[in-house]
Design a protein around this ligand. Sequence first.
Ligand code: ADP
Ligand code: MG
Length: 869
Amino acid sequence: MAQLTPMMKQYLEIKAQYKDAFLFFRLGDFYEMFYEDAKLAAEELEITLTGRGQGQGEERIPMCGVPYHSADQYISRLIEKGYKIAICEQVEDPKEAKGVVKREVVKLLTPGTVMDGNQIKEKENNYLVALTCFDDQTFGLSRADLTTGECAVTLIADFEEVIADITGAQAKELVVAADFSPDLRKRLEEKWPLTISVEEKTELEPEYADLCAELSSDKLVQSVARLVNYLIRTQKRSLAHLQRVRYYATNSFMKMDTHTRRNLELTESLREKKKAGSLLAVIDQTVTAMGGRLVKSWLERPLLQKEAIEERLDVVSAFISAYFEREELREQLRYVYDLERLSGRIAYGSVNARELVQLKRSLQSIPLIKQTITAIDPKLAARWFREDEFIEKLVDLLETSLVDDPPISVTEGGMIRDGFHQELDSYRDASKNGKQWIAELEQKEKRETGVKSLKIGFNRVFGYYIEVTRANLHLLPEGRYERKQTLTNAERFITPELKEKEALILEAEEKMEQLEYELFVSVREEAKQYVTAIQALARAISEIDALAGFAAVSETRRYTRPQFSPDRRIHIVAGRHPVVETVIPKGQYVANDVIMEEGREMLLITGPNMAGKSTYMRQLALLSIMAQIGCFVPADQAELPVFDQMFTRIGAADDLASGQSTFMVEMLETRYALTKATENSLLLLDEIGRGTSTYDGMALAQAIIEYIHDHLRAKTLFSTHYHELTALESSLEHLTNVHVSAVEEDGTVVFLHKVVDGQADRSYGIYVAQLAELPEEVISRADDLLRELEKDGGQAWQRPSPQQVGEQLSLFAEAAIEETAATTERKRKPSRHAEKEEAVLKQLREKDVLHMTPIEAISFVNEMQRLLK
Ligand code: ADP
Ligand code: MG
């Protein structure tokens, strides 16, 4: 490489420390990027890539830049895409620098550490998580949301659960050790792509000991330390606003893996990845951002303790029976700003005067809220507003110190109220009097000189001046003013008294700004002592908002309070799918019962495509989740167990969203469910076995059903289009057939969406094709084929022998799992090929060749060849 300029050397030195981030290198009014950074940034930000010379005959260095004053928007865009950005500033005055100006990275911006900007969504937490892998194969997982100061930590034994936890929290960034297993990393990123960062140190700095005061084990502290050390190293700012780390036990919540959460569309829809179409969108009727975040986090962790669930349900009940008070309450909550994030900013020292006024307004609305809740139930008010004496003191401080509508900037004055500080008032008087004096002077000079257009102006260079137009200059008595500046058609003058006043005014104003800033900072500091109290209040408000929202949706959608059965019984009368019922025309949703008890712990669901099998299954899962987060449920009656875990598995052919719909994945997922489920779990297996050939699939499906039946006894809904499986009912004690009915009317099928006991008589796939308006020719041909197949049906499928079932089950054995999908494919090929040949021969035998046109014959042969390939 040729000689680098000293500045480029400096660049490369700094860049070497921030390899995984864009280095925004300050050069005058721009942040510049070079080399690969520049190329990538130019692409991602759609800005022009230029070059910088580095000596004669050398290639130019790729370079691009963004203006300093509009850098925020570019930074936001990069962060949103999951990148990190190191901001490198000039840290000495260029005028005083000898050689290259000294530069340093002053902060590192990452997806998990941003505090404001577009990436921060109101109703979402922004989690940074740190993962620590211990020698005994356990994992410490800590998380923090810098915008609210929330911190939590847990220990997990199973990596799948680690993934579920990270996905559930929708974490943006993960901090790990440098030697973090690439294997685990890959497993995680397949399910949840996020920004990965490295931090080695897991010793807690003594100064942060208090954060971990409530943690009982060394592993937990180390897990938190990794997170905190990462923040200290990269953020270069105070972390005083972090709240004490809370320990959460993953086994005090219902477990759901990533697949299940996604599939049930709890917080976002499968296809669009939007909140619309999710359960959250239906039950989140909150009016504050804090409440919205809480509902989301509840959905992430449904409860297991009945008492805790009932406690929430009791509140929802109380809110439902007090319609007017509740609606009034929700109206009052609208005036509460995001106290959680405001308190974060106060503690952090980044709050401005306008936000403090928002805090004041929020606090001022609390007494009214408390009053309304007291009217609903005094016990609730006592629980939520236990320590609220601070409110009055803080409101008083903010009310007396800050004006009603302060500017966002904290350095330009205009924030502090008159009467708050004597010295400030006297400066203000001085400035006001000075200006008054000048206004009077203008009048006086006009009068005395007779120049009506004479005016007194101000600019930053010359200060105050008297301006007289050229045409009027002759009216001025000689020597009245001192000449200062000549313009094309006017002259500007000063007088000694004017300058004297000017000095007074300017001095007062400068002092005012300075003093206002100091006063503001002291108010801000004083507010800091209330941070813990504000956070507690924020929690109360979020809870009130979330539960009042549950009450509102429960009432409008006619939900019912769930009962928890001690004997694992499910008894749902007229249940509805909470989301589907909102998207189809009103009144068209067909409610369904779900009865699962002794003798019917497993339901085998058959019925035509599009009949409503998947909807029925998910409905049960969603109702259970709603019940366990303390919401009423869409049904006339609902008796449910408390489920410890929930698994949803969808046949690969149906699972469009996962992107890797291989049969292998389907089987791996199924294995996981089968190894983890207990008799207190809920299993939804939707068309499992569909991802492989018919007999294979059927055999597997049966084997799986038998396994669950004999070993797990988990409540299971199993939907299938293999009608042959319904025969299992007679041999499996706890299995019952149900089907979604459809009737045929004038050659078309009408789906009744009604689930009834017994098995479906046939599949209606062709009718669905007809509904979809496939060409008539295709429909009638399919009809013919079906009739033919049905002729020799029945013999084709025989229950597999126990030995066969055993073979299929070996798929669940570790060894088989290791085998790649590709080898599985190869092994099975001969039999599939034989099947194909058989089909082709059959068609050749039966084809009516004499009635074919030549073209038809050619295309027939062509088709047969294709089938054989
Ligand atoms: P399957 O799994 O049997 O193929 P789905 O459960 O996917 O069928 O349902 C297909 C469609 O039928 C749904 O998208 C929904 O619009 C409608 N549907 C399902 N269940 C009901 C119901 N109970 N009432 C009204 N419409 C329903
Ligand atoms: Mg389905």
